[in-house]
Design a protein around this ligand. Structure first.
Ligand code: B12
Ligand code: SF4
Ligand code: SF4
Length: 407
Protein backbone atom coordinates (compact mmCIF):
# COMPACT_ATOMS: atom_id res chain seq x y z
CA UNK A 1 0.00 0.00 0.00
CA UNK A 2 1.35 3.49 -0.83
CA UNK A 3 1.95 6.02 1.97
CA UNK A 4 -0.95 8.10 0.57
CA UNK A 5 -3.34 5.12 0.64
CA UNK A 6 -2.24 4.17 4.17
CA UNK A 7 -2.73 7.76 5.31
CA UNK A 8 -6.21 7.75 3.84
CA UNK A 9 -6.98 4.56 5.75
CA UNK A 10 -5.54 5.95 9.00
CA UNK A 11 -7.72 9.05 8.71
CA UNK A 12 -10.90 7.21 7.93
CA UNK A 13 -10.31 4.76 10.81
CA UNK A 14 -9.49 7.64 13.19
CA UNK A 15 -12.75 9.38 12.30
CA UNK A 16 -14.54 6.04 12.70
CA UNK A 17 -13.00 5.72 16.17
CA UNK A 18 -14.66 9.04 17.07
CA UNK A 19 -11.93 11.68 16.68
CA UNK A 20 -13.04 15.05 15.33
CA UNK A 21 -9.73 15.84 13.66
CA UNK A 22 -6.82 13.79 12.40
CA UNK A 23 -3.63 14.74 10.58
CA UNK A 24 -0.15 13.40 10.00
CA UNK A 25 3.31 14.87 10.42
CA UNK A 26 6.72 13.27 10.09
CA UNK A 27 8.70 12.29 13.20
CA UNK A 28 11.59 14.64 12.35
CA UNK A 29 13.11 16.93 15.02
CA UNK A 30 10.80 19.83 15.85
CA UNK A 31 11.87 23.06 14.23
CA UNK A 32 10.73 25.40 16.99
CA UNK A 33 12.05 23.35 19.91
CA UNK A 34 14.44 26.22 20.72
CA UNK A 35 11.41 28.39 21.48
CA UNK A 36 10.37 25.90 24.15
CA UNK A 37 13.83 26.00 25.80
CA UNK A 38 13.87 29.81 25.71
CA UNK A 39 10.39 29.86 27.27
CA UNK A 40 11.57 27.70 30.16
CA UNK A 41 14.83 29.64 30.55
CA UNK A 42 12.90 32.90 30.74
CA UNK A 43 10.98 31.48 33.73
CA UNK A 44 7.58 31.24 32.05
CA UNK A 45 7.22 27.57 33.04
CA UNK A 46 6.99 28.63 36.72
CA UNK A 47 7.41 25.65 39.09
CA UNK A 48 6.42 22.95 36.57
CA UNK A 49 9.69 21.02 36.87
CA UNK A 50 8.37 18.14 34.77
CA UNK A 51 8.54 20.43 31.73
CA UNK A 52 12.32 20.58 32.22
CA UNK A 53 12.65 16.82 32.05
CA UNK A 54 13.19 15.08 28.72
CA UNK A 55 13.61 18.33 26.82
CA UNK A 56 15.53 16.48 24.13
CA UNK A 57 12.77 13.86 23.76
CA UNK A 58 10.22 16.65 23.30
CA UNK A 59 12.31 18.05 20.49
CA UNK A 60 12.79 14.71 18.76
CA UNK A 61 9.66 12.56 18.77
CA UNK A 62 11.46 9.81 16.83
CA UNK A 63 13.39 9.03 20.03
CA UNK A 64 10.14 7.86 21.65
CA UNK A 65 9.89 4.75 19.45
CA UNK A 66 12.52 2.75 17.56
CA UNK A 67 12.08 3.25 13.84
CA UNK A 68 9.43 5.98 14.23
CA UNK A 69 8.64 7.72 10.93
CA UNK A 70 5.38 9.55 11.46
CA UNK A 71 3.14 11.07 14.13
CA UNK A 72 -0.61 10.69 13.75
CA UNK A 73 -2.18 13.67 15.54
CA UNK A 74 -5.78 13.57 16.71
CA UNK A 75 -8.09 16.03 18.39
CA UNK A 76 -11.40 15.66 20.19
CA UNK A 77 -13.75 18.52 20.98
CA UNK A 78 -14.90 19.14 24.54
CA UNK A 79 -16.88 22.31 23.86
CA UNK A 80 -19.87 22.73 26.20
CA UNK A 81 -22.83 25.06 26.00
CA UNK A 82 -21.04 27.67 28.15
CA UNK A 83 -18.07 27.58 25.78
CA UNK A 84 -18.62 31.02 24.31
CA UNK A 85 -19.34 34.41 25.83
CA UNK A 86 -19.17 37.66 23.96
CA UNK A 87 -17.63 39.26 26.98
CA UNK A 88 -16.45 37.75 30.20
CA UNK A 89 -19.41 36.91 32.42
CA UNK A 90 -21.33 39.86 33.79
CA UNK A 91 -21.64 40.19 37.51
CA UNK A 92 -24.96 38.86 38.65
CA UNK A 93 -25.41 41.14 41.60
CA UNK A 94 -25.80 44.06 39.26
CA UNK A 95 -22.72 45.97 40.38
CA UNK A 96 -20.39 47.47 37.84
CA UNK A 97 -16.87 46.16 37.78
CA UNK A 98 -14.37 48.33 39.60
CA UNK A 99 -12.19 50.51 37.39
CA UNK A 100 -9.27 48.18 37.88
CA UNK A 101 -11.45 45.30 36.61
CA UNK A 102 -12.51 47.26 33.59
CA UNK A 103 -8.83 47.36 32.75
CA UNK A 104 -8.97 43.64 32.18
CA UNK A 105 -10.93 44.18 28.99
CA UNK A 106 -8.83 47.07 27.77
CA UNK A 107 -7.38 46.94 24.35
CA UNK A 108 -3.81 45.70 24.52
CA UNK A 109 -2.92 46.51 20.94
CA UNK A 110 -0.24 48.81 22.21
CA UNK A 111 1.78 45.97 23.76
CA UNK A 112 4.54 45.87 21.18
CA UNK A 113 6.01 42.52 20.18
CA UNK A 114 9.79 42.41 20.34
CA UNK A 115 11.00 42.76 16.84
CA UNK A 116 14.07 40.58 17.25
CA UNK A 117 11.85 37.56 17.97
CA UNK A 118 13.39 36.93 21.40
CA UNK A 119 11.28 36.40 24.47
CA UNK A 120 11.17 39.18 27.02
CA UNK A 121 12.42 38.04 30.42
CA UNK A 122 9.82 37.56 33.11
CA UNK A 123 11.02 40.64 34.97
CA UNK A 124 10.69 42.72 31.78
CA UNK A 125 7.26 41.31 31.20
CA UNK A 126 6.38 42.84 34.55
CA UNK A 127 6.33 46.20 32.82
CA UNK A 128 3.05 45.25 31.21
CA UNK A 129 1.75 43.51 34.30
CA UNK A 130 -1.67 44.07 35.55
CA UNK A 131 -1.89 45.40 39.10
CA UNK A 132 -5.26 44.21 40.11
CA UNK A 133 -6.50 44.91 43.61
CA UNK A 134 -10.25 44.47 43.36
CA UNK A 135 -11.76 41.65 41.36
CA UNK A 136 -15.07 40.41 40.03
CA UNK A 137 -17.54 39.47 42.66
CA UNK A 138 -18.69 35.93 42.92
CA UNK A 139 -21.96 34.74 41.49
CA UNK A 140 -24.08 33.23 44.20
CA UNK A 141 -25.64 30.90 41.62
CA UNK A 142 -28.95 31.56 39.92
CA UNK A 143 -30.90 29.06 41.96
CA UNK A 144 -28.72 28.96 45.03
CA UNK A 145 -29.68 30.71 48.21
CA UNK A 146 -27.34 33.52 49.21
CA UNK A 147 -25.78 31.25 51.83
CA UNK A 148 -24.68 28.65 49.27
CA UNK A 149 -22.08 30.38 47.10
CA UNK A 150 -20.63 28.35 44.27
CA UNK A 151 -17.42 28.34 42.26
CA UNK A 152 -16.79 27.56 38.61
CA UNK A 153 -14.97 24.54 37.15
CA UNK A 154 -13.25 24.83 33.76
CA UNK A 155 -14.87 22.87 30.97
CA UNK A 156 -12.00 20.47 30.34
CA UNK A 157 -12.19 19.02 33.86
CA UNK A 158 -15.92 18.30 34.08
CA UNK A 159 -16.31 15.18 31.96
CA UNK A 160 -14.65 11.78 32.23
CA UNK A 161 -10.86 12.11 32.24
CA UNK A 162 -9.82 12.83 28.66
CA UNK A 163 -6.50 11.02 29.17
CA UNK A 164 -8.42 7.77 29.71
CA UNK A 165 -11.03 8.42 27.01
CA UNK A 166 -8.53 9.29 24.30
CA UNK A 167 -6.03 6.59 25.15
CA UNK A 168 -8.82 4.02 24.80
CA UNK A 169 -9.78 5.55 21.46
CA UNK A 170 -6.16 5.50 20.26
CA UNK A 171 -5.89 1.83 21.30
CA UNK A 172 -9.02 1.09 19.25
CA UNK A 173 -7.48 2.91 16.29
CA UNK A 174 -4.29 0.82 16.52
CA UNK A 175 -6.33 -2.43 16.74
CA UNK A 176 -8.37 -1.47 13.68
CA UNK A 177 -5.23 -0.51 11.75
CA UNK A 178 -3.64 -3.85 12.59
CA UNK A 179 -6.81 -5.53 11.34
CA UNK A 180 -6.62 -3.74 7.99
CA UNK A 181 -2.90 -3.50 7.24
CA UNK A 182 -0.87 -6.51 6.25
CA UNK A 183 2.45 -4.88 7.17
CA UNK A 184 3.84 -5.05 10.71
CA UNK A 185 4.12 -1.74 12.53
CA UNK A 186 4.63 -0.28 15.98
CA UNK A 187 2.73 2.62 17.51
CA UNK A 188 2.96 4.40 20.85
CA UNK A 189 0.06 6.50 22.14
CA UNK A 190 0.30 9.79 24.03
CA UNK A 191 -2.32 12.06 25.53
CA UNK A 192 -0.98 15.04 27.45
CA UNK A 193 1.31 13.23 29.86
CA UNK A 194 4.15 12.25 27.49
CA UNK A 195 7.27 14.29 26.67
CA UNK A 196 5.87 15.77 23.45
CA UNK A 197 5.16 19.26 22.22
CA UNK A 198 1.60 18.35 21.37
CA UNK A 199 0.45 21.71 20.01
CA UNK A 200 3.51 21.95 17.85
CA UNK A 201 2.90 18.49 16.38
CA UNK A 202 -0.82 19.16 15.89
CA UNK A 203 -0.05 22.41 14.07
CA UNK A 204 2.52 20.65 11.86
CA UNK A 205 -0.12 18.01 11.06
CA UNK A 206 -2.51 20.74 9.87
CA UNK A 207 -5.05 20.39 12.71
CA UNK A 208 -5.08 24.15 13.27
CA UNK A 209 -2.94 27.16 14.18
CA UNK A 210 -1.68 28.69 17.43
CA UNK A 211 -4.23 31.19 18.67
CA UNK A 212 -2.99 34.32 20.41
CA UNK A 213 -3.95 32.55 23.66
CA UNK A 214 -1.39 29.83 22.66
CA UNK A 215 -4.17 27.25 22.17
CA UNK A 216 -4.33 25.11 19.06
CA UNK A 217 -7.28 26.50 17.16
CA UNK A 218 -9.22 24.90 14.30
CA UNK A 219 -11.37 26.91 11.92
CA UNK A 220 -14.37 24.60 12.32
CA UNK A 221 -13.97 23.15 15.84
CA UNK A 222 -12.48 26.16 17.63
CA UNK A 223 -9.99 25.63 20.48
CA UNK A 224 -11.83 23.42 22.99
CA UNK A 225 -9.85 20.48 21.66
CA UNK A 226 -7.94 17.80 23.48
CA UNK A 227 -4.88 16.59 21.61
CA UNK A 228 -3.41 13.10 21.33
CA UNK A 229 -0.78 11.35 19.21
CA UNK A 230 0.33 8.02 17.87
CA UNK A 231 4.06 7.94 17.18
CA UNK A 232 4.40 5.15 14.62
CA UNK A 233 6.81 3.28 12.36
CA UNK A 234 4.28 3.50 9.51
CA UNK A 235 5.39 5.43 6.44
CA UNK A 236 2.63 8.01 5.99
CA UNK A 237 2.09 11.13 3.84
CA UNK A 238 2.45 14.28 5.98
CA UNK A 239 -0.15 17.05 5.95
CA UNK A 240 0.57 20.75 5.46
CA UNK A 241 0.21 23.30 8.28
CA UNK A 242 -2.60 25.86 7.98
CA UNK A 243 -1.93 29.60 8.25
CA UNK A 244 -3.11 31.61 11.26
CA UNK A 245 -6.62 32.99 10.86
CA UNK A 246 -6.66 35.18 13.98
CA UNK A 247 -6.45 38.29 11.81
CA UNK A 248 -6.49 41.47 13.85
CA UNK A 249 -8.47 39.92 16.72
CA UNK A 250 -7.00 40.39 20.21
CA UNK A 251 -9.98 39.29 22.28
CA UNK A 252 -8.23 36.50 24.18
CA UNK A 253 -5.29 38.70 25.14
CA UNK A 254 -7.65 41.43 26.34
CA UNK A 255 -9.87 39.02 28.28
CA UNK A 256 -7.17 37.36 30.36
CA UNK A 257 -7.95 38.34 33.99
CA UNK A 258 -4.31 38.18 35.13
CA UNK A 259 -2.51 39.42 32.02
CA UNK A 260 -0.83 36.03 31.74
CA UNK A 261 -0.66 36.52 27.98
CA UNK A 262 2.37 38.79 28.11
CA UNK A 263 2.00 39.31 24.40
CA UNK A 264 0.17 37.33 21.71
CA UNK A 265 1.24 33.65 21.83
CA UNK A 266 3.43 34.15 24.88
CA UNK A 267 2.01 32.79 28.10
CA UNK A 268 3.58 33.39 31.50
CA UNK A 269 2.33 30.29 33.31
CA UNK A 270 3.13 31.81 36.70
CA UNK A 271 0.29 34.29 36.09
CA UNK A 272 -2.16 31.88 34.47
CA UNK A 273 -5.18 30.88 36.55
CA UNK A 274 -5.03 27.36 35.11
CA UNK A 275 -1.53 27.04 36.54
CA UNK A 276 -2.28 28.80 39.82
CA UNK A 277 -5.40 26.74 40.61
CA UNK A 278 -4.11 23.33 39.46
CA UNK A 279 -0.36 23.04 39.09
CA UNK A 280 0.86 25.44 41.74
CA UNK A 281 1.11 23.71 45.09
CA UNK A 282 2.01 26.59 47.42
CA UNK A 283 0.20 29.77 48.33
CA UNK A 284 -1.35 31.70 45.47
CA UNK A 285 0.21 35.19 45.56
CA UNK A 286 -2.25 37.75 46.94
CA UNK A 287 -2.07 39.86 43.76
CA UNK A 288 -4.07 37.12 41.96
CA UNK A 289 -6.75 36.41 44.58
CA UNK A 290 -9.29 38.88 43.26
CA UNK A 291 -8.57 37.99 39.64
CA UNK A 292 -9.51 34.37 40.31
CA UNK A 293 -13.09 35.68 40.60
CA UNK A 294 -15.19 32.57 41.08
CA UNK A 295 -12.82 30.15 39.32
CA UNK A 296 -12.08 27.12 41.45
CA UNK A 297 -10.23 24.93 38.98
CA UNK A 298 -8.76 25.98 35.64
CA UNK A 299 -9.78 28.91 33.48
CA UNK A 300 -11.56 29.29 30.16
CA UNK A 301 -11.60 33.09 29.87
CA UNK A 302 -9.25 33.31 26.87
CA UNK A 303 -11.22 30.63 25.03
CA UNK A 304 -14.70 31.82 25.94
CA UNK A 305 -14.26 35.06 24.02
CA UNK A 306 -12.77 33.49 20.89
CA UNK A 307 -15.06 34.02 17.88
CA UNK A 308 -14.12 30.60 16.50
CA UNK A 309 -15.57 29.05 19.65
CA UNK A 310 -18.85 30.88 19.01
CA UNK A 311 -19.31 29.01 15.74
CA UNK A 312 -17.85 25.67 16.76
CA UNK A 313 -20.29 22.78 17.22
CA UNK A 314 -20.82 21.41 20.71
CA UNK A 315 -18.78 18.33 21.60
CA UNK A 316 -20.53 15.04 20.97
CA UNK A 317 -18.41 12.49 22.81
CA UNK A 318 -20.78 11.28 25.56
CA UNK A 319 -18.09 10.75 28.18
CA UNK A 320 -16.46 14.13 27.61
CA UNK A 321 -19.73 16.05 27.74
CA UNK A 322 -21.03 14.16 30.76
CA UNK A 323 -21.16 16.27 33.93
CA UNK A 324 -19.08 14.08 36.23
CA UNK A 325 -18.32 17.35 38.01
CA UNK A 326 -20.99 20.05 37.73
CA UNK A 327 -20.12 23.44 36.29
CA UNK A 328 -20.57 25.06 39.68
CA UNK A 329 -19.58 23.52 42.99
CA UNK A 330 -20.66 24.53 46.49
CA UNK A 331 -17.77 26.45 48.06
CA UNK A 332 -18.53 25.69 51.69
CA UNK A 333 -18.80 21.98 50.92
CA UNK A 334 -15.47 22.14 49.12
CA UNK A 335 -13.85 23.85 52.07
CA UNK A 336 -14.93 21.11 54.47
CA UNK A 337 -14.49 18.17 52.11
CA UNK A 338 -12.69 15.11 53.46
CA UNK A 339 -10.81 12.47 51.47
CA UNK A 340 -13.96 10.47 50.69
CA UNK A 341 -15.86 13.49 49.37
CA UNK A 342 -12.82 14.52 47.35
CA UNK A 343 -12.62 11.10 45.73
CA UNK A 344 -16.35 11.07 44.98
CA UNK A 345 -16.09 14.51 43.38
CA UNK A 346 -13.00 13.98 41.25
CA UNK A 347 -12.82 10.22 40.51
CA UNK A 348 -12.27 9.47 36.82
CA UNK A 349 -11.82 13.13 35.92
CA UNK A 350 -8.77 15.19 34.99
CA UNK A 351 -9.48 17.23 38.12
CA UNK A 352 -7.59 14.69 40.27
CA UNK A 353 -4.49 16.57 39.13
CA UNK A 354 -5.31 19.05 41.90
CA UNK A 355 -5.14 17.41 45.32
CA UNK A 356 -7.81 17.85 47.98
CA UNK A 357 -6.08 20.70 49.79
CA UNK A 358 -5.50 22.53 46.51
CA UNK A 359 -9.27 22.50 45.94
CA UNK A 360 -9.79 23.69 49.52
CA UNK A 361 -7.18 26.45 49.11
CA UNK A 362 -8.91 27.64 45.94
CA UNK A 363 -12.36 27.56 47.58
CA UNK A 364 -11.04 29.64 50.48
CA UNK A 365 -9.68 32.26 48.07
CA UNK A 366 -12.87 32.41 45.99
CA UNK A 367 -14.96 32.88 49.15
CA UNK A 368 -12.92 36.02 49.78
CA UNK A 369 -14.18 37.39 46.45
CA UNK A 370 -17.84 37.26 47.46
CA UNK A 371 -19.78 40.42 46.98
CA UNK A 372 -21.93 39.54 49.99
CA UNK A 373 -20.82 37.13 52.70
CA UNK A 374 -23.12 36.16 55.54
CA UNK A 375 -22.11 35.16 59.05
CA UNK A 376 -21.92 31.47 58.18
CA UNK A 377 -19.34 32.14 55.48
CA UNK A 378 -17.30 34.42 57.71
CA UNK A 379 -17.31 31.98 60.64
CA UNK A 380 -16.43 29.03 58.37
CA UNK A 381 -13.48 30.94 56.98
CA UNK A 382 -12.36 31.90 60.47
CA UNK A 383 -12.41 28.21 61.49
CA UNK A 384 -10.30 27.32 58.46
CA UNK A 385 -7.75 29.90 59.62
CA UNK A 386 -6.71 27.12 62.07
CA UNK A 387 -6.54 24.38 59.42
CA UNK A 388 -3.75 21.81 59.64
CA UNK A 389 -2.62 22.67 56.11
CA UNK A 390 -0.55 25.89 56.08
CA UNK A 391 -1.50 26.76 52.49
CA UNK A 392 -5.25 26.37 53.12
CA UNK A 393 -4.82 28.27 56.38
CA UNK A 394 -3.12 31.22 54.78
CA UNK A 395 -5.70 31.38 51.95
CA UNK A 396 -8.49 31.46 54.56
CA UNK A 397 -6.71 34.17 56.55
CA UNK A 398 -6.31 36.33 53.44
CA UNK A 399 -9.98 35.90 52.48
CA UNK A 400 -11.29 36.48 55.99
CA UNK A 401 -9.29 39.72 56.05
CA UNK A 402 -10.62 40.77 52.63
CA UNK A 403 -14.20 40.14 53.66
CA UNK A 404 -13.60 42.10 56.84
CA UNK A 405 -12.34 45.14 54.91
CA UNK A 406 -15.15 44.92 52.33
CA UNK A 407 -17.89 44.61 55.04
C1 B12 B 1 2.27 22.82 30.70
C2 B12 B 1 0.87 22.85 30.15
C3 B12 B 1 0.02 23.85 30.61
C4 B12 B 1 0.53 25.05 31.41
C5 B12 B 1 1.22 26.05 30.44
C6 B12 B 1 0.35 26.34 29.21
C7 B12 B 1 1.10 26.89 28.01
N1 B12 B 1 0.41 27.70 27.22
O1 B12 B 1 2.25 26.58 27.81
C8 B12 B 1 -0.78 25.56 32.07
C9 B12 B 1 -0.96 24.87 33.42
C10 B12 B 1 -0.87 27.07 32.28
C11 B12 B 1 -1.81 25.00 31.10
C12 B12 B 1 -3.07 25.55 30.95
C13 B12 B 1 -4.02 25.04 30.08
N2 B12 B 1 -3.94 23.90 29.39
CO1 B12 B 1 -2.33 22.82 29.25
N3 B12 B 1 -0.80 21.80 28.83
C14 B12 B 1 0.44 21.89 29.21
C15 B12 B 1 1.30 20.82 28.52
C16 B12 B 1 1.50 19.64 29.50
C17 B12 B 1 2.66 21.32 28.00
C18 B12 B 1 2.56 22.63 27.20
C19 B12 B 1 3.90 23.23 26.93
O2 B12 B 1 4.83 22.53 26.56
N4 B12 B 1 4.00 24.54 27.12
C20 B12 B 1 5.20 25.29 26.82
C21 B12 B 1 4.92 26.21 25.63
C22 B12 B 1 6.14 27.00 25.22
O3 B12 B 1 4.63 25.32 24.60
P1 B12 B 1 3.29 25.44 23.72
O4 B12 B 1 2.26 26.27 24.37
O5 B12 B 1 2.89 24.08 23.31
O6 B12 B 1 3.91 26.32 22.56
C23 B12 B 1 4.42 25.81 21.35
C24 B12 B 1 3.71 26.51 20.26
O7 B12 B 1 2.70 27.37 20.78
C25 B12 B 1 4.79 27.27 19.51
N5 B12 B 1 4.74 28.71 19.65
C26 B12 B 1 4.62 29.37 20.78
N6 B12 B 1 4.71 30.66 20.51
C27 B12 B 1 4.87 30.84 19.19
C28 B12 B 1 5.00 31.99 18.44
C29 B12 B 1 5.13 31.87 17.07
C30 B12 B 1 5.30 33.09 16.26
C31 B12 B 1 5.09 30.59 16.50
C32 B12 B 1 5.16 30.46 15.04
C33 B12 B 1 4.96 29.43 17.29
C34 B12 B 1 4.86 29.58 18.64
O8 B12 B 1 6.02 26.84 20.02
C35 B12 B 1 5.87 26.25 21.29
C36 B12 B 1 6.88 25.16 21.48
O9 B12 B 1 6.72 24.15 20.53
C37 B12 B 1 0.38 20.42 27.30
C38 B12 B 1 0.51 18.97 26.83
C39 B12 B 1 1.77 18.80 25.99
N7 B12 B 1 2.56 17.81 26.32
O10 B12 B 1 2.00 19.56 25.06
C40 B12 B 1 -1.04 20.75 27.84
C41 B12 B 1 -2.04 21.38 26.85
C42 B12 B 1 -1.32 22.45 26.09
N8 B12 B 1 -3.03 21.99 27.73
C43 B12 B 1 -4.23 21.92 27.31
C44 B12 B 1 -5.35 22.55 27.93
C45 B12 B 1 -6.73 22.05 27.52
C46 B12 B 1 -5.16 23.59 28.86
C47 B12 B 1 -6.23 24.57 29.41
C48 B12 B 1 -7.29 24.97 28.40
C49 B12 B 1 -6.89 23.95 30.67
C50 B12 B 1 -7.82 24.91 31.43
N9 B12 B 1 -8.99 25.23 30.94
O11 B12 B 1 -7.52 25.34 32.51
C51 B12 B 1 -5.33 25.76 29.82
C52 B12 B 1 -5.14 26.74 28.65
C53 B12 B 1 -4.26 27.91 29.02
C54 B12 B 1 -3.59 28.51 27.79
N10 B12 B 1 -4.04 29.68 27.36
O12 B12 B 1 -2.67 27.88 27.24
C55 B12 B 1 -4.30 21.21 25.98
C56 B12 B 1 -4.45 22.29 24.89
C57 B12 B 1 -5.26 21.88 23.68
C58 B12 B 1 -5.28 23.01 22.68
N11 B12 B 1 -6.38 23.10 21.94
O13 B12 B 1 -4.34 23.77 22.53
C59 B12 B 1 -2.93 20.44 25.94
C60 B12 B 1 -2.31 20.26 24.55
C61 B12 B 1 -3.19 19.05 26.58
C62 B12 B 1 -3.93 18.09 25.64
N12 B12 B 1 -3.33 16.96 25.30
O14 B12 B 1 -5.02 18.32 25.18
N13 B12 B 1 -1.32 23.96 30.39
S1 SF4 C 1 -6.39 30.37 30.96
FE1 SF4 C 1 -7.17 32.23 31.98
S2 SF4 C 1 -5.45 33.08 33.11
FE2 SF4 C 1 -4.61 31.56 31.64
S3 SF4 C 1 -4.08 32.74 29.82
FE3 SF4 C 1 -6.19 32.05 29.51
S4 SF4 C 1 -7.48 33.71 30.35
FE4 SF4 C 1 -5.40 34.03 31.10
S1 SF4 D 1 -9.72 35.23 20.47
FE1 SF4 D 1 -9.04 36.07 18.51
S2 SF4 D 1 -6.79 36.25 18.72
FE2 SF4 D 1 -7.51 34.90 20.35
S3 SF4 D 1 -7.27 32.85 19.51
FE3 SF4 D 1 -9.39 33.50 19.07
S4 SF4 D 1 -9.30 34.43 17.01
FE4 SF4 D 1 -7.19 34.27 17.77
Amino acid sequence: MTPAAKTHLVKSLARGAGFDLVGVTCADPIRRAAYYRDWLDAGYGATMQYLRRNVRLRAEPARLLDGARAVICVALSYKRSDGYQRTIRPQVDGTLPHRQDAGATRNQRTVRPQVDGTLPHRQDAGATRYQRTVGPQVDLGADASPVRPTGLIAQYARGRDYHLVMREMLATLVDRLRGQLTEQFEARAFVDTGPLLERELAAAAGLGWFGRNTCLLNERFGSYLFLGELVTTLDLAPDTPVPSRCGTCMRCVEACPTKALVRPRLLDASRCIAYLTIEHRGQIPAEFHAALGDRILGCDACQQVCPYNARAPLATHPELVSEVIPARVDLLQLLSMGNGAYRRLTNNTAATRARRNIWRRNAAIVLGNLARADEKIRSTLKKVCFDADPVVRSAAEASAARLETSA
